[in-house]
Write a new protein. Sequence first.
Length: 687
Amino acid sequence: MEPLYQYAWLIPVLPLAGAMLVGLGLISFSQTTNKLRQLNAVLIVSLMGAAMVLSFALLWSQFHGHEAFTRSLEWAAAGNFHLSMGYTIDHLTALMLVIVTTVAFLVMIYTDGYMAHDPGYVRFYAYLSLFGSSMLGLVVSPNLVQIYIFWELVGMCSYLLVGFWYDRKSAADAAQKAFVVNRVGDFGLLLGMLGLYWATGSFEFDTMGAHLQAFVESGYLSAGLAALFAVLVFLGPVAKSAQFPLHVWLPDAMEGPTPISALIHAATMVAAGVFLIARMYPVFEGIPVVMNVIAWTGAFTAFLGASIAITQNDIKKGLAYSTISQLGYMVMAMGIGAYTAGLFHLMTHAYFKAMLFLGSGSVIHGMEAVVGHDPALAQDMRMMGGLRKFMPITALTFLIGTLAISGIPPFAGFWSKDEILGSAFGVNPALWLIGWSTAGLTAFYMFRMYFRTFEGEFRGNNTEIQQQLLQEAGEVIPAFGPGAMDTRELEAHSEHEADHYHSEFPHESPLTMTLPLMLLAVPSTLIGLVGMPFDNYFEEFIHPASETAAEVVSQAEGFNWTEFLIMGGNSVGIALIGITLASLMYLRGKIDPNAIAKKIKPLYELSLNKWYFDDIYHNIFVMGLRRLARQVMEVDYRVVDGAVNLTGFFTLVSGEGLKYLENGRAQFYALIIFGAVLGLVIVSGIT
C-alpha cells in the first residue's frame, strides 16, 4: 500500500474545511468576510485544487495496478449490530474523484466572473465548497449507510443552491420542488436499505449482493421480496438522476445560478444516482426483473427528455432536458449489463455537459448586457442569434460540446454513446431502437440550439420580439444574478458602470469564464479516445467486480470491426439526419418549423408542455393533497374539536349545577346522604 492512501480522507475534508471557515466568517464577521470576497474565493478554489491533485494521484496509483484500499472504524454497535464508517479507494472511486474535483474546480474559477457583481458571492462559494465536499464524501463511502448520509447532504446543498436567489419566488418554488420530489425517492431508498439489511444482515455492497443471491437460490428469501427491496433502492437514483417519473424537478432547478446548474448536471447530484447504481451492481445484476426495470426506465427517460428538448426556447431548460435524456442512456446501460459503457458515458458527459452549461452562462452574461436582467429575455434563444461574431470563444466551445453530445466522431460522446447502443442491440433491439432514435433527436435539438444562438442575425435589439416575449412571460421578476445586479445595487453604481450593462451588442465573457470553457473543450474532444472499442483502456480499468481482468481483455481481443462500422455508421447517420434537419430549419430557412408545428399541433403541444407531467402532478398531488387536507381539517374541526368542546360543555353545565349543592350547611349535606341511603334501600328492596 502506498502512503498516499493514508491521506485520501483529505479529499472530501479539504473542501469541507473551506466551507466551514468561510461559513463561520459569514456568521461571525459578515461585513468583513463579504469585503474579503476575492480572498475567500482563492481559499476555496485552492482547497478544491488540492483535492483535485490528490485525486489525480490516486487515479494514477490505481491505474498502475495498486490494490483497492479501505480504512474503516466502528461507528456504532449494539449487540450483533455493528456499523463502520471510513473510506474506500478503488478504480470506480478514483475515477469519480477525478471527475468531481476537476469539474468543481473549473466551475469555481468560472464563478468568479459569473457572480462578480452578486451580493451573495461569498455565500455562493461556501455553498459550492460544501456541495463538492458532500459529493466527494459520497464517492469514497464504503457502505450504504454512509452513502445515505452524504446522499442527504448532497440533496440539502442542492436545495440551498437552487434556491440561492430566494428573493425570486420561482427560485424558492424550484428549490422546494426539488426537495420534495427527492424526498420521495429517498424514502424509497431508505426502505430498500432497511429491507436489504433485514434480508442480508449487512450494508456492505459485495456482501449484500452475495448473500441476497444465495438466499434467493436456496429459497430462504423469495425472489419477489428481493426484487422489491432492489427496486426501492433504485427509487433513490430515479429521483437523484431525474428519471421518469421523478424527473420533473431538474428543469425547474435552472432557477439557480448557472455555475451550480453546470455542477449539478455534470458531476454531483445527478451523477450520484448513476454512481449508486454502479455501487449496488452486485445486488442488481443478480435480479433480472430489476435489471429490466432499470433498463426500460432509462430508455423511456432518454426518449422523454429528448422529445421535450426539441421545443424548448429557454437555453438552460433545453440543456436540462438534454441532461435528463443523457442520464437515461446511462441508466439504460446499467440495466442491460453494460456497466463500463454507462460509466464511460458518465465521464464523457460530465465534461461536455459542464462546458455546455458554462457556455450557456457565458451567453446569458453577454445577453444581459443588452436586454437587462430579465431571464425571460436573457435566456430565450428567440432573443439571440449571431452571437458567434461577438462571442467567438464561447461559440467555438459550445460547438465542440454540441458535436460531442450529438455523437459525431472523434468527439467524446460518440465513443461512449455508440458503446451503449451497441450493447443495447445485443441485448434487446427494441431498446436499441429507442436509443438510436433518441440520438437523432439529440443531434436535432442541440444544433437547433446552436444555430438559434450563434448563427444568423442578432435579434436582441428587436423591441417587437422583446415585447412579445414579455407578454408571454406575464409579470416578470428581475433576476439578481449573473453579471448583473439587484436593482438596489444598480442605483448605487455610477452611470458609467450602469451603462456597461446596457450595450447595443453582447460581448465576450472575461477570462475567468472563458478559460474553464477552453480547458473543458480538451476532454470533450479527446477523452473518448481512452474508450475506443478496439483499444478500450477504460474498460480494462473500470471493469465490474464480477468480471475478471482476463475476461475483459479477451473480449477486447475478439473485437468485430464489421459490427462496429455498422453500429457506429447507424448512430452517426441518424445524428447527421438530425443535424441536416436543424440546419434546414434554423440556419438556411428552407423548412418552416412553425408550419410543421401547426400540422402536428397535438404532438407539438405535448412536447412544449413537457408531456403535461407538471400539470398532472399539480392536479393529483398538490391540489389533491390540498383537498385531502381540507377534509382532514373538517374532521378535526367537527369531530375532534367537537368532542373536546362537548366535553368542556358538559363539564361547564355539571359544574354550574353542582355549585348550588355546595352551600356549606352540614344539615343539608346530611339530608342528601339520608336521601341517597333511602333511595338505595328502596332500589334494593324492589330488586
